[in-house]
Design a protein around this ligand. Structure first.
Ligand code: NAD
Length: 294
């Protein structure tokens, strides 16, 4: 739902109709699924930062201690008037766009529950199996959906750089992707690392599912030149580091992105949700949101 607010109307009125028109702003009604999680809390804070969006719903799993409380217990700041619910169905009626950062089975259950409702969704969850991904894509045929392994603007730009590097360097450079995340992360390699691998593989005319090598141990033999290797580090509270190494003879290029604050993902996801409110049905990613492709 898009609500027109006219808060500046009275002051603008006295200054002429042009200013009055320019002062009218639209606010998009957003809801967060997985609100009590690490990302959910950041999303609540990122929505509160914006004048063009407002929080109308927040949900998490039954049994979460915050159920029934005002959402500000999770994000800090002033009371929002929005109570955290364990009934995801209620979000469907309240929100123009639902932002979901939960777990694969939970995101798919939300999509199943909202089927036929045209509910717009921004999916941040990672770790989907191939079969789960196909189900997700079927849902995007009948509704507007943004799905990105990484909502940071910096990572989106990094993906463009990787495409450029791989296209220019070609098969002469070995590609390895190294990622590091906090000890609580449950999927590996990260969705972002896989996305980076897909972008590089596509630019090199390869299929990632045929050429990916996940970790190495023992007598592995010499490196197959056409593989793309993944190395995973899980330690401490690392928010998300990714390096793509292109190693040739006599030189190497390292493209690195480091997330130092989860708000970079949350702000990107909220930006995606506001953008999605005016899009037709289809599957989009952050390159669409940022206008990097049509
Ligand atoms: P988290 O475990 O802290 O949060 C997940 C939340 O989902 C929890 O609060 C949990 O209670 C809730 N949940 C579980 N079952 C539920 C249910 N049935 N109904 C409603 N809520 C339920 O995890 P996190 O670190 O916030 O990450 C969440 C997901 O987002 C992960 O898949 C992670 O990899 C991904 N992630 C994506 C990006 C991105 O930019 N795309 C960035 C960071 C994290």
């Amino acid at each position: 739902m898009i609500e027109k607010t006219d808060s500046a109307a009275s002051s603008a009125h006295s200054q002429g109709s042009d200013l009055h028109t320019a002062s009218v702003t639209s606010r998009i009604d957003l809801a967060v699924h997985g609100a009590a999680g690490r990302m959910g809390r950041q999303l609540l804070a990122a929505i509160a930062e914006r004048d063009d969006a407002r929080l109308v719903g927040a949900a998490d799993a039954p049994g979460q201690p915050s159920i029934g409380l005002d959402s500000s217990v999770l994000s800090g700041g002033h009371a929002s008037g929005v109570k955290i619910t364990d009934n995801a169905q209620s979000l469907i009626h309240e929100a123009g766009v639902i932002i979901d950062f939960t777990a694969p089975a939970v995101s798919l259950a939300l999509l199943d529950a909202t089927q036929g409702s045209q509910t717009r969704v921004v999916i941040g969850t990672t770790g989907f199996t191939r079969e789960q991904l196909s189900r997700l894509k079927v849902h995007a045929q009948s509704r507007p959906m943004v799905f990105a392994a990484n909502y940071s603007v910096g990572v989106t730009v990094t993906l463009s750089l990787l495409q450029q590097c791989a296209t220019a360097l070609g098969d002469d450079y070995d590609v390895e992707i190294i990622e590091a995340h906090h000890r609580h992360k449950v999927d590996a390699p990260s969705g972002t690392a896989i996305k980076m691998g897909e972008v590089v593989a596509q630019a090199l005319g390869r299929d990632l599912s045929d050429c990916a090598v996940y970790g190495r141990e023992g007598i592995t033999g010499e490196r197959d030149r056409k593989t793309i290797g993944f190395e995973t580090i899980r330690a401490g509270d690392i928010i998300g580091d990714h390096t793509v190494l292109f190693a040739g003879n006599g030189e190497r290029i390292e493209v690195t992105h480091k997330a130092i604050d989860r708000m970079s993902f949350a702000r990107g996801a909220v930006r995606a949700a506001i953008w999605l409110a005016l899009q037709p049905a289809g599957l989009y990613d952050m390159t669409h949101v940022l206008g990097l492709r049509s």
